[in-house]
Design a protein around this ligand. Sequence first.
Ligand SMILES: O=P(O)(O)OP(=O)(O)OP(=O)(O)OC[C@H]1O[C@@H](n2cnc3c(O)ncnc32)[C@H](O)[C@@H]1O
Ligand SMILES: [Mg+2]
Length: 223
Amino acid sequence: MALTFFVEGLSCRVDERCIFFVTGNARKEVEVNAILREANIAPFRVVHVDIDLPELQGPLGDRGALDIARAKCLEASERVGAAVLVEDTSLSFPALGGLPGPYIKWFIDAIGNDGLWRLLETSDDRSAFCQCTLCYSSGPGAEPLLFVGRTDGAIVPPHASSGGGGFGWDAIFVPDGHEVPFAALSLKEKNAISHRARALEKFVAHCKRPLGLSEPPGRAEDA
Ligand SMILES: O=P(O)(O)OP(=O)(O)OP(=O)(O)OC[C@H]1O[C@@H](n2cnc3c(O)ncnc32)[C@H](O)[C@@H]1O
Ligand SMILES: [Mg+2]
């Protein structure tokens, strides 16, 4: 049965097969929808809800990233009152002990891609990895499930040959096995190897798992 849902002043027509993808970032939504369309996880339909969720501060590293995504997910499911999907993306530089990590958004705001490049310019180790921590809750009060995807690469200076596509730090991140940054790849090419696609792949596998083999409540899939 379809009904009209009101979420934070927005109205959307939904039915019981909808999952709300809660993010303040429209570029994430474009990628998530493109990846899930390819994955063909019917009968689910993903509906974008534009809320910039508050983000926890905590230690760097895997536990910190999981805690941030889990807290976003709990808040989103309470605010939306339905099944929600959220994600948190980090970009880590091993040469800097993992920074910026989950604080990448504030680093970009403060120093831009040029400043990020300058942080590693004089370092022998310009490796980096991006990580998407995707979190799904089946509704308010339900323990979120976590799905992590990672892509390794290196940081390069932002320059004209980046192609001008992409968003965020796409212009300075060259994924391993490629010569050019994410920003120079087509959406399809990026989605074939991205941190986001790898996390969604695990979520899709979870959605497609045979009935009766579901995880016990409260167990996180932080693979
Ligand atoms: O509302 P949410 O979903 O939190 O959206 P956000 O833009 O605040 O996103 P994050 O908190 O996950 O912060 C990640 C930062 O990295 C950027 N980012 C996220 N995914 C990216 C990608 O695939 N390529 C390049 N930059 C990305 C994004 O623009 C942010 O500046
Ligand atoms: Mg955010």
